[in-house]
Design a protein around this ligand. Structure first.
Ligand SMILES: C[S@@+](CC[C@H](N)C(=O)[O-])C[C@H]1O[C@@H](n2cnc3c(N)ncnc32)[C@H](O)[C@@H]1O
Length: 408
């Protein structure tokens, strides 16, 4: 393949083809960390999602289709009933969303189980094991139990206290891979949670294997995983609309060492850390992914886009017949060939506007069909480490290869 050090000229482009915004439930005004002090074994996986982040994301789907959750069985399978905000959000909005059923399963030894609502089942058959035991909670209706004229999380709390049949101790420890949880998964329509990040690959693979609708929190970099990327490429998975950059605050157990870059302790002593790269992963349709980006031509970008100053913009990679586009907003509107863009492109990606060709990252070559590499003019390079894009002799950051979709 001929290498070029100069910018590639843009060829002439061919045709191309509610819910109420109710605030958090009343129970949340209490300090959230009650009981967290008992945590002995807080792991890196213990990050708790804030109610408002769940609310914003779910409401974005409802704006697009108010029936997204209607008649559905929602399963939160890494969540403490009652403490998880996923449980709280779906329980408090059960009727507004029109849910058929809410199923929530916790994990053995959770440091926050029982902090706000204690169930006898937490102690069942524990022997010498660390408490509390994992349980499943299933809710098929939410009624105005306290008679205040509305339904909300306080009604759910009373209902759970009065109805032991809603709870089942889990012999398999609440592991999402356990037989009991897989049975519950089979009966679910949409799985919604923030799963343990350390098990994200396995977690996603299981949902895909069972052909489930999903709305889960993960890290942007997880798009590159071999079990994930082909589904982004094939438009079977995409990012959710409400988080597109910056960082997000999560509550952590009291015992969490505060050595993260951004953290705070609120007036109640509850600890929070800020986590970068957080995104929602989903296969539920939403409006943002049908909004094409407004883009400038290559010439206008070079003239007006100050971010490109000093950057190797629009230079052809040494080992791919694709050009470097260092920022998503610098994608030229008039370039018809293959372009390598940063992974954050997915925040603005519309399948109506672009086609995903492949990715150039650590182990691309091993997992890329030879034909795709050939079509991209991929050639071996001395600095090649598994198919990474190389620009002027140096590896670039991970790149996603895209092309404008042809309009008819
Ligand atoms: C990142 S935290 C999120 C908790 C909750 N979903 C939220 O967003 O607030 C992940 C949770 O998964 C639990 N967990 C860890 N390993 C698990 C497993 N194998 N199966 C199910 N849950 C697990 C952890 O105890 C933790 O509560």
């Amino acid at each position: 393949m001929a290498k070029t050090e100069s910018r590639v000229r843009a060829p002439k482009k061919l045709g191309r083809s509610s819910i109420s915004t109710a605030a958090s439930p009343k129970a949340e005004s209490k300090p959230m960390n009650q009981g967290l002090g008992a945590a002995k074994t807080a792991k890196q996986d213990e990050f708790y999602t804030q109610y408002v982040d769940i609310q914003k994301e779910v409401e974005a789907y409802l704006e697009f289709d108010e029936d997204t959750f209607r008649g559905k069985v929602v399963y939160c399978n890494c969540d403490d009933p009652f403490e998880s905000n996923f449980f709280k959000y779906f329980a408090a909005n059960f009727n507004k969303l029109g849910l058929k059923k809410l199923v929530t399963t916790s994990y053995d030894g959770s440091p926050i189980a029982g902090a706000q609502l204690t169930f006898g089942e937490y102690d069942e058959g524990n022997g010498k094991r660390q408490k509390p035991k994992a349980i499943a909670v299933e809710i098929e209706e939410v009624k105005d139990v306290n008679g205040d004229g509305a339904t909300g999380i306080e009604d759910v709390k009373l209902f759970l206290e009065q109805n032991a049949h809603t709870r089942t101790p889990l012999a398999g420890g609440g592991d999402f891979r356990s037989a009991e949880c897989v049975e519950l998964l089979k009966g679910a329509d949409i799985v919604v949670t923030n799963p343990p990040f350390s098990l994200f690959r396995e977690y996603v693979a299981q949902l895909i294997e069972h052909k489930k609708k999903l709305l889960i929190i993960g890290n942007l970099n997880a798009i590159k995983y071999k079990v994930v990327f082909p589904h982004f490429q094939g438009n079977r998975l995409w990012l959710g609309p409400s988080i597109t950059g910056g960082d997000r605050e999560f509550q952590v157990p009291d015992s969490y060492p505060l050595d993260a870059a951004g953290w705070r302790v609120d007036k109640d002593g509850t600890k929070f850390i800020r986590v970068k790269g957080v995104r929602w992963f989903t296969n539920l349709d939403h409006g943002r992914r049908h909004q094409p980006m407004n883009l400038m031509t290559m010439a206008d970008n070079l003239k007006f886009n100050k971010k490109l100053d000093g950057k190797s913009a629009y230079v052809r990679f040494d080992n791919y017949t694709a050009i470097e586009v260092p920022f998503t907003d610098a994608i030229p509107s008039d370039y018809d060939g293959i372009m390598g863009v940063p992974i954050s492109f997915f925040d603005k990606y519309s399948p109506d506007q672009f086609e995903i060709i492949w990715q150039a990252s650590g182990n691309t070559r091993a997992s890329t069909p030879a034909l795709v590499l050939q079509q991209m003019g991929y050639s071996l390079h001395p600095d090649d480490r598994g198919g990474c894009a190389i620009l002027r002799g140096r590896r670039t950051y991970d790149r996603i290869f895209i092309r404008h979709r042809a309009t008819v």
